[in-house]
Design a protein around this ligand. Structure first.
Ligand SMILES: Nc1ncnc2c1ncn2[C@@H]1O[C@H](COP(=O)(O)OP(=O)(O)O)[C@@H](O)[C@H]1O
Ligand SMILES: [Mg+2]
Length: 355
């Protein structure tokens, strides 16, 4: 059997560069080497694409300067006589059979790089352009979810222009719709960056100004005292949902520090919820994934209101954290799919989605 050439791309320009490297490291350590030949490209924080000759046991620690080979061309689009593939110094070209983008956040998870893959005509793991960009934009996604009848906490939005032109009017419109505490979020971000929980008008103004550093569109949500439940989905046309897991943030909410630095929050798989709630969440996750025309994978996050047990969808992540201890693969492991097999399944789905 001929081995399949998989191009694994990691790093990237987003704030989640380091998380992506950890995800890629786990994938490279576990991917089935009997089936796959691995090609690796790292994107630096400034957006430079580097090809690595050496298999990267060391991508987390090694210097990219030393590991990369700058004489290799990474051709993803047909260009004159250039073929698509990896072109080595001796002129040989290695065909890329499939791409596994292990990138999180803007430029990796938002449809931009997926557009490039579409142009390359190479199959790739995960959601296509539309689902990726919709999943990344909290405001568009919320509007879509409400149109699909998926219940969400009350929300509204403001924009940089409106806020700067008439701050008082915007604040009063927000206060009319929502009671404190309010969550303030940039529409396009991730990893809790730019998010704050505000308890009064003064904090609201500060929170909006903070969020405006990251985006010109801001989502405002009713803050609830919530349990945080997550579920993994997998598939193209026939979509499966894993059993649910629960995140228990160490702080008042699940912040960037908590996610990646302190690491004090804990998780519980399976989530300690009743069967009916589990089933509702799983079917809502599948509905959300289908609704954005998702392919391959996504992790869908929910809230359960501690007061009344109401279930709300929070967000969909189309390229969730993928280290071997990340929620996405862990929830599959508990549902019977080993990490290594999950990688193979995702690659199979990439070929299937291209048919
Ligand atoms: N409406 C809300 N009520 C209560 N907690 C919230 C609400 N929105 C967000 N949070 C908290 O903030 C965290 C980050 O918000 P989230 O929308 O998931 O952004 P990100 O895309 O950055 O993960 C959540 O995991 C949760 O802890
Ligand atoms: Mg989140």
């Amino acid at each position: 059997m001929n081995k399949i050439n998989v191009l694994v791309i990691f790093g990237g320009k987003s704030g989640e560069h380091d998380v992506s490297i950890s995800s890629a490291f786990s994938i490279l350590s576990n991917i089935d080497r009997e089936k796959y030949n691995i090609l690796t490209v790292g994107i630096t924080k400034s957006g430079e694409w580097l090809y690595f000759d050496k298999d990267i046991d060391n991508i987390r620690n090694g210097s990219w300067e030393e590991l990369s080979n700058k004489n290799v061309e990474i051709n993803l689009i047909k260009n004159g006589n250039r073929e698509v593939g990896i072109k080595f110094e001796d002129g040989t070209i290695k065909k890329i059979d499939v791409i596994f983008p292990v990138l999180h956040g803007p430029y990796g998870e938002d449809g931009t790089i997926q557009g490039l893959f579409e142009l390359s005509e190479i199959p790739y793991v995960g959601c296509k352009v539309l689902a990726s960009s919709v999943g990344m934009d909290k405001l568009i996604c919320k509007n879509l979810f409400s149109q699909m009848g998926l219940s969400q906490v009350d929300y509204t939005f403001t924009t940089k222009i409106d806020f700067e032109n008439n701050k008082d009017l915007e604040i009063s419109k927000i206060e009319e719709k929502l009671n404190y505490p309010i969550f303030v979020k940039p529409a396009n971000m991730g990893s809790s960056v730019g998010i704050s929980k505000v308890k009064n008008k003064e904090e609201l103004v500060d929170g909006i100004n903070e969020a405006l550093k990251y985006d010109t569109r801001i989502v405002l949500e009713k803050g609830i005292d919530a349990r945080e439940i997550e579920v993994s989905v997998l598939g193209n046309n026939c979509i499966e949902a894993s059993i649910c897991g629960e995140i228990k943030p160490a702080k008042e909410f699940y912040t960037y520090e908590d996610k990646y630095l302190d690491g004090k929050s804990t998780c519980e798989i399976p989530a300690n919820i009743d069967d009916l709630t589990m089933e509702k969440i799983r079917s809502m996750a599948i509905k959300a994934f289908q609704g954005i025309d998702g392919k391959g994978l996504a992790r869908v996050d929910f809230f359960i209101d501690k007061k009344d047990g109401e279930i709300y969808i929070n967000e969909i992540n189309t390229l969730p954290g993928f280290t071997d201890i990340s929620m996405y693969p862990k929830m599959w492991e508990y549902s019977g799919i080993e990490y290594k097999d999950l990688i193979s399944k995702l690659i199979d789905l990439a070929f299937d989605a291209k048919k």
